[in-house]
Design a protein around this ligand. Structure first.
Ligand SMILES: [Zn+2]
Length: 305
């Protein structure tokens, strides 16, 4: 034993083991197979720099990219009753919920926020596909109602980013009840004369397409997003026919009058600002990222005589 094995080696070992290597330093593009460095990918809003494939993006990241300076306030959403049906498949429903909360770091599948986009006040809601496939349960219903109520209260437009596998089967009929419930919430916006814009992202399916995701004044989609009620596999098995190329994808739906626009993720912010300002009768934004205007100098009070 000498000082090299007793002191130097442990020191070197501890130095190396302490250095944390992030697990997902590289992400493989599922479309073209290119290995993408995580920071570069995040800077590009999770769009492949090689083939423009739009990967999933978290609601928080979405809000940061949309709001001025990435600044927003979360709108609180009333809690929902947890596991009212005591549902259990291979796992208990509360266990599934906990696992999703742990992996996403979010409480539930929808996040609501308020803030400004190019000085345009707006309320936004975004669905998280990573959280139990973004499924629409009572909490998501609560979130949409809260978003609509907040928009009406502040007299602001609502922009909603949808991404969902449909209703949350663990909540049975109670999740289906969110379809009429969110429809009423959207109607509240229409009664108040406020714009409601839906950005459909990959994938938006099932009961979500049958309710709030298809009730917008304007429907925008990200490129190549799957948007449908029943998926292509189910339809193919039912009608026993081969479906056309690109069936139920954003571009196909645009061609068939189901969507108004298909917009690249990086162009979304500017496009939303233009549409919102047009619909609310505001002059066009000068530039998307204007700095905060300097406050007007305080009026100089004339000296007392
Ligand atoms: Zn790619």
């Amino acid at each position: 034993m000498n000082w090299i094995s007793n002191y130097v080696r442990p020191t070197i070992n501890s130095l190396f083991s302490r250095r944390e290597v992030p697990e997902n330093l590289w992400t493989k593009c599922p479309e073209c197979g290119t290995m993408l460095f995580h920071r570069e990918l995040a800077d590009n809003l999770n769009v492949c720099t090689n083939c423009d494939h739009h990967m999933a993006i978290t609601p928080r990241m979405r809000f940061q990219a949309m709001f001025d300076g990435g600044v927003f306030n979360e709108v609180s959403v009333p809690e929902a009753v947890v596991d009212p049906l005591q549902f259990r498949d291979q796992k208990k429903y509360p266990d599934r919920l906990r696992a999703a909360q742990k992996s996403t770091g979010e409480k539930e599948a929808m996040l609501v926020a308020e803030g400004e986009m190019a000085r345009t006040p707006v309320v936004m809601a975004a669905q998280d596909f990573a959280f139990m496939a973004g499924s629409m349960g009572m909490y998501v219903g609560n979130a949409i109602v809260a978003a609509a109520e907040r928009a009406v209260e502040l007299k602001r437009p609502l922009v909603l980013f949808s991404a969902a596998g449909g209703a949350r089967m663990q909540e049975g009929i109670l999740s289906l009840m969110q379809m009429p419930r969110t429809t009423v919430a959207v109607q509240m916006l229409k009664d108040a004369g406020l714009p409601y814009i839906v950005v459909l992202t990959h994938p938006t399916t099932g009961g979500v397409t049958a309710s709030y995701a298809m009730l917008g004044d304007v429907h925008i989609s990200e490129p190549n997003a799957l948007i449908c009620f029943a998926g292509p596999r189910v339809i193919e098995q039912t009608i026993r026919e081969k479906l056309p190329e690109g069936f139920q994808r954003a571009e196909y739906l645009l061609d068939h009058g189901m969507l108004d626009r298909v917009t690249h993720r990086k162009a979304l912010r500017e496009e939303l600002v233009t549409i919102l300002r047009m619909m609310t009768g505001q002059p066009p934004a000068v530039k998307a990222d204007l700095p905060a205007p300097t406050p007007e100098p305080a009026p100089v009070t004339p000296p007392a005589p």
